[in-house]
Design a binder for this molecule. Structure first.
Ligand code: GLP
Length: 260
């Protein structure tokens, strides 16, 4: 696991966007795994900026999103379809036919999920999977005790996640209890995982992910087992790590050819 500590949230997002853009420049038909939540918003803004400056072109890129709420149509303002259109797809040139987001309205969820897995395989697998972390260690919507080899499937959200995500829904309108999410096994097959976290509120979760035991009770800890996992943090999110000095030393001494 490569832990990169940046001074600010903005610096973290600029670096993450630079990594993704340089990957797409090297492989114009790259397959990107995308995430939602508050965390990636400034990352998408930076990626859109690079696109508008013609530093990256998404015309041959394929995308797969991590998750979606069951029961929300793509038009629902709190759906992840709507989030992705607003924050990214309406602003760049990913071809509509190359965009994949789990269908929260699928009538046969199991068939839909195996089809989603097949589409990822047919696309050649995910090159870079963007990730955020939930306070309980969830990645995608893989809540604690999710099988570490799980595939795309329906999951029930924990009370904690329902409460955390209620802020996005109008007061009184319920957060769906079920979601479709890529599994941990699906995420782990991505060639690179790019985890972003910032703010002191994420510091405890980040410390468990990076320095805690590898356990299904804290799903993000599985990234310790990934051959190419990059974790980009601001100083606040790195606040409870014990190996900070080492991580900074490694990053400062990185050979120039390894820098994005
Ligand atoms: C959400 C998403 C995750 C996200 C996480 C953290 O519920 N399903 O993909 O990483 O929770 O969200 P945020 O970035 O808003 O803190």
């Amino acid at each position: 696991m490569e832990v990169i500590i940046q001074e600010s949230e903005q610096d973290s997002c600029v670096l993450a966007a630079r990594i993704v853009a340089s990957h797409v420049r090297a492989k114009p038909d790259a397959v990107l795994g995308l995430a939602t939540g508050t965390t990636p918003i400034p990352f998408y803004q930076e990626l859109v900026r690079l696109y508008l400056e013609k530093q990256v072109d998404f015309s041959r890129v394929t995308t797969f999103n991590l998750d979606e709420y069951v029961g929300l149509s793509p038009e629902h303002p709190q759906s992840y379809h709507a989030y992705m259109r607003k924050n990214f797809f309406d602003l760049v040139n990913v071809p509509e036919k190359n965009i994949h987001i789990p269908d929260g309205m699928a009538s046969d969820v199991e068939t839909f999920c195996s089809e989603y897995e097949r589409e990822i395989t047919d696309a050649g697998g995910i090159d870079i999977q963007l990730l955020g972390i939930g306070h309980d260690g969830h990645i995608g919507f893989n809540e604690p005790t999710s099988s570490l080899s799980s595939r795309t499937r329906i999951k029930t959200l924990t009370r904690q996640t329902l409460e955390a995500n209620a802020r996005f829904f109008e007061s009184g309108s319920p957060v769906p209890h079920h979601v479709i999410t890529m599994g941990i096994g699906t995420i782990m097959e991505s060639r690179t995982c790019l985890m972003l976290a910032y703010g002191a509120g994420k510091a405890a979760a980040v410390a468990r992910m990076v320095e805690g035991p590898l356990t299904a009770a804290f799903p993000a800890s599985i990234l310790q087992y990934h051959a190419r996992a990059k974790v980009i943090l601001d100083r606040a999110a790195a606040g409870q790590l014990t190996l900070t000095e080492y991580f900074e030393w490694v990053y400062r001494n990185k050979p120039s050819w390894q820098r994005p």
